[in-house]
Write a protein of this length. Structure first.
Length: 426
């Protein structure tokens, strides 16, 4: 075994375990140095997100002591997080060699994510690789594997619809908005709330190139913190009437028990906008926007129930795309394993080349001596060709002859293939 992927994710461990095994970004460089100083580890990458913590390691061991290396990595993970008194094995998954390659490709392509097909994990993998590379934890093996992984993920994105359809209320909300407003950079979005859903909405809007983002929240400090991430600005809930007319898109998700936007406030905003339409999505339960707002002209109001059909259709589309993605991944796993097996031949090729070049040099020195002694050039050339040919084929001919005497037909077949020879029936 030369490769091991070891970790936990949202499928195998609850958040209270995942948070104990996570790595803060500033601790990863030291952790990588400590991990690669281990006798069993040659190269390593640490991936740590809210949904997973994984170690990708190229190991310095063979199949006979691979279990010892695996146990050592588990012990290292426990020790690093001061969990030696707690058994974490029930939460861990271990993927050796080919299975590790397949796992990485599935992770990068979004097939192992909480939200099927989400693209953020690829960026997180690239960041993890970059940190490992900057801290000299990457060598030829993992460099090749990660480049292959990134290429495969790009192929999956390009050749399937794995990320095209909305499967979350945040994604569905932004997707609907894009159907109404084609040119996002000239529009403003007002987001009401500052929780996880609004954060995802802000992320999708920002990635889609929205012109401006305003975030309104009961706690202005929390709104300000979120707004800073997306080049937006924050306001309090009481300031919404003064800014509502600026908003082309309004998406709200709070825990308020009473509506935040009433019909009168929205009517005033529409009048100030000279009846330019406003797209509204109320994700909250109970609702943040009065039902009567939907009766107004120039208002496109959707609730979380309206989004369900879009999400269900999107999930079905992604599941269909995932089947095609799995086929792509199987092919790419095979390609990488072929490259890995080819490494076994490199030393043999180098030795064969060195031996052939030594024979060449020997014949060349002899030819120069003959020329300097006055021997005719044509005769020297004949001698060089004959000597070089004899020396190159001498040992293979002896081995092939001995193989025939010993009945080693597999070696004879290999020689026919290796030297591109014709068989008796050709």
């Amino acid at each position: 075994m030369s490769l091991l992927a070891l970790g936990i994710n949202h499928k195998t461990a609850p958040v209270k375990i995942r948070e104990k095994l996570s790595f803060a970004p500033e601790t990863i460089p030291d952790a990588l140095r400590d991990l690669t100083s281990h006798d069993a580890v040659n190269e390593a990458v640490i991936l740590s997100t809210c949904n997973r913590t994984e170690l990708y390691c190229q190991l310095n061991c063979d199949d006979t002591d691979s279990q010892d290396a695996t146990n050592a990595l588990i012990h290292w993970l426990q020790e690093h997080h001061d969990l030696l008194d707690r058994d974490i094995s029930e939460y861990l998954y271990l993927h050796p060699d080919k299975d590790a390659v397949k796992h990485m490709l599935r992770v990068a392509s979004g097939l192992d994510s909480l939200v099927l097909g989400e693209p953020q994990i690829l960026g997180q993998l690239k960041s993890a690789f970059s940190v490992a590379k900057d801290n000299n934890a990457i060598g030829q093996f993992l460099h090749k594997l990660f480049q292959h992984t990134f290429s495969c993920a790009k192929q999956v994105r390009t050749n399937t619809a794995i990320g095209a359809s909305p499967v979350s209320v945040a994604f569905a909300s932004v997707s609907l908005a894009k159907q109404i407003f084609s040119d996002f950079q000239h529009h403003t979005a007002l987001l009401i709330g500052a929780g996880e859903t609004i954060e995802l909405v802000a992320l999708h809007l920002h990635e889609s190139g929205i012109g401006r983002i305003i975030i309104a929240n009961r706690t202005v400090g929390k709104a300000h913190t979120l707004a800073q991430e997306f080049d937006g600005y924050a306001i309090s809930l009481s300031e919404i009437p003064a800014h509502l007319a600026e908003a082309d898109i309004v998406i709200t998700s709070t825990a308020s028990q009473l509506p935040i936007l009433g019909k009168g406030t929205v009517e005033a905003a529409i009048k100030a906008r000279k009846h330019r339409p406003i797209f509204m999505v109320d994700i909250a339960v109970p609702r943040d926007i009065e039902e009567q707002v939907g009766e107004l002209e120039d208002i496109f109001l959707y609730t979380v129930d309206d989004l369900k059909e879009i999400i269900d259709e999107g999930l079905k589309s992604r599941q269909e795309a995932a089947l095609k993605a799995e086929e792509i991944i199987d092919v790419e796993v095979s390609h990488f394993m072929n490259w890995l097996r080819s490494l076994n031949s490199i030393s043999t090729i180098c030795q064969y080349r060195e031996k052939s070049e030594a024979i060449r040099d020997e014949v060349l020195i002899n030819a120069k001596k003959q020329l300097s002694s006055g021997k005719p050039v044509e005769q020297v050339l004949d001698d060089v060709v004959r000597q070089l040919t004899n020396k190159l084929i001498h040992k293979p001919c002896i081995q092939i002859k001995q193989a025939g005497m010993d009945g080693r037909t597999e070696l004879l077949d290999a020689a026919i293939e290796l030297f591109d020879l014709k068989t008796d029936d050709q």
